[in-house]
Design a protein around this ligand. Sequence first.
Ligand SMILES: [Zn+2]
Length: 199
Amino acid sequence: MSVFAGPLSRLIDELKRLPGIGQKSAQRIAFHIERAAREDAERLSQAILEVKDKIRLCNLCNNLTEQDPCEYCSDPTRDQSVICVVETPYNVVGIERTREFHGLYHVLHGALSPLQGIGPEQLRLKNLMERLKSGSVKEIIVATNPNVEGEATAIYLSKLIKPLGVKVSRIAMGIPVGSELEFADEVTMLKAMEGRREI
Ligand SMILES: [Zn+2]
């Protein structure tokens, strides 16, 4: 038998299923919700349901959106000749925060991983190839993760897209800003040397 009353115990169990939430955090949040005003609890549950009901994938780029096409694909001021390919919608947010990229995006929703049975057909690639058919795209920037899966995906995309006459580039990898060279491992150091640029 749980030490918590039934509804509290159920709420704690649900909260514990969220990423990064352990037993103690779940308890703290559950007790906070119990003490909160009913309107606050309603707003929270409504916000959760709205995400489930109103968020879908953009037909063009597979980004999460409330409107289709998404705000990036339907923005005429963005550079239509460059598409940045990322693994997850979360990566789009990271690149947007830099305020330096003004092209379009394409979200694969994963990366190639033969060990986990993820092949090209499991990635959302079909509509990317459709987008390239128009001829207006001049460059694809592959911004997949700097790990085995992300690298394999980048190489696969390069082989697939280069024959179409579209430039394929890969984001530079190397030393994280704010860190020190002496802590960089060999692979990171090698990538940083390869990705050097003239100053
Ligand atoms: Zn879109």
